[in-house]
Design a protein around this ligand. Sequence first.
Ligand code: 5GP
Ligand code: MN
Length: 338
Amino acid sequence: MNLADITTIKSILSQPQKIVIVPHKNPDGDAMGSCLGLLAFLQRKGQTAHVIVPNDYPKFLKWLPGNDQVLNFERENNEAKALLNEATIIFTLDFNDLSRCGQMGPLLEESKADLIMIDHHQQPSDYALVTYSDVSMSSTCEMVYNFVEYLGEVDSIDKNIATNLYAGIMTDTGSFKYRSTSSRTHRVVADLIDRGADNMEIHSQIFDTNSPSRLHLLGVALSNMVILPEYSTAYITLSQEELDKYDFKKGDTEGFVNYGLTLEGIIFAVIFIENREEGIIKISFRSIGDFSVNQFAREHFNGGGHDNAAGGRSEDSLEETLARFTTVLKTYKTQLNP
Ligand code: 5GP
Ligand code: MN
């Protein structure tokens, strides 16, 4: 954020506002942590603020401080619409284009409120009064910490704010192992621990709360894995039938895609998950090194994200999607296997 942006934000927050905070659809740890961290901060500053999620999110995030205040646009539609209508300021967190928040997108586009974007995804759209976008950041949560620091308010970070921001940084960095994890990231999380984030407890709440059926589903996913050594690629499929058999709940497949990258020599990992209700195949892409899955997802699967972690979708059947994927993959042979 430049000086002009900081001045703008300070002036906005010096007045009482009606604030709504929105993450992307299918919010993850960084999306929920950043929204709830910012919520707690704004409420501490005496602002009226609400978090509205476009749709539901995984159980392993439902313990985050402030979770009980979250409104779900699908479930509490009237209340959510009323809040959006009255809003004077809308923060959009952890996404770069209004199409990323599903059915809420058009409402945000038409809104007369001023929008403020805080996000670390590539190619941000130009819709906000203030765009704080930085693709070098580990997470939106690290950016919310910076945001609070720009306002000169780091000392307002209490245990609840620290817990949310720590949770989002931890999940978006793969527990501090991805390339985007900087020494600054570690300084920020160190400060969050000093301000009350219980690092061991947060890790355990997120990673050690599996259901037996999730682990069984992981077993199915791993046995479905196809390895294509000539493309340094591994992919996993999960059909709706398999999901149903293991009592799939939102969030159960989180992290499955990463197993492909733990294979020696594999630099591109993909998971295809059938969603019959939405009539799509949801795809997650991960890579190690220079192969940009953001570009791959944008060009071929109607998606995007980061260089090493992106998502996309296909409206074809699982079989057709796989056939298309393997055809497309052939055109990347030299990039993937130099
Ligand atoms: P995941 O595979 O965990 O759903 O997402 C990985 C990254 O890609 C996240 O940063 C997420 O926000 C982004 N992403 C996931 N799905 C999509 C999509 O359909 N479109 C775009 N533009 N980004 C996505
Ligand atoms: Mn993120």
